[in-house]
Design a protein around this ligand. Structure first.
Ligand code: 4NP
Length: 152
């Protein structure tokens, strides 16, 4: 499976989601791929937010080599699953996909494990709640990977 994690800036939530998923891929010895991108391009070329790097490091993850980038049309074709953190960015990616008439598989990340609930991963950029975001991602992605392993 090839997964793209998407948020607004690609410096807080989606880099953490990528880091957590990389850890699961290693843990379960999967041949999956993961990357991340933002819908905005506001932080193109930047490293993740220092607070995201710190919480990741505290949990044993290294995300500091990631570089922020904006989602591209090619991403919509390349990835089998595009996981978006919140409704605003979900709508943005959907609109982008419709514009290019792709059939990309775009989901709210938390709907993968809490179907139909439209739960969102809150933006920690202003409130600084990075650890909450990390914990939410770790629990959800563990559940998601486990569900996929039991099916296949
Ligand atoms: P992210 O957080 O979407 O989780 O990377 C944000 C990063 C930057 C901004 C907003 C959210 N910003 O407005 O610059």
């Amino acid at each position: 499976m090839k997964i793209l994690m998407v948020c607004l800036g690609n410096i807080c939530r989606s880099p953490l989601a990528q880091g957590v998923m990389e850890q699961k891929i290693k843990k379960y010895n999967l041949t999956w791929e993961v990357d991340s991108a933002g819908t905005s391009g506001y932080h193109d070329g930047e490293k993740p937010d220092a607070r995201a790097i710190k919480v990741a490091k505290d949990k044993g993850l290294s995300i500091e080599k990631q570089i922020s980038r904006k989602i591209t049309k090619e991403d919509l074709y390349y990835y089998n699953l595009i996981c978006v953190m919140d409704a605003q960015n979900y709508n943005e990616v959907k609109r982008f996909s419709q514009l290019h008439q792709t059939e990309a598989n775009i989901e709210l990340l938390l709907n993968l494990v809490y179907p139909g609930q439209n739960r969102q991963v809150p933006d920690p950029y202003y409130d600084g709640k990075f650890e909450e975001v990390y914990n939410m991602l770790d629990i959800a992605l563990e559940k998601f990977v486990a569900s996929q392993l039991s099916v296949h």
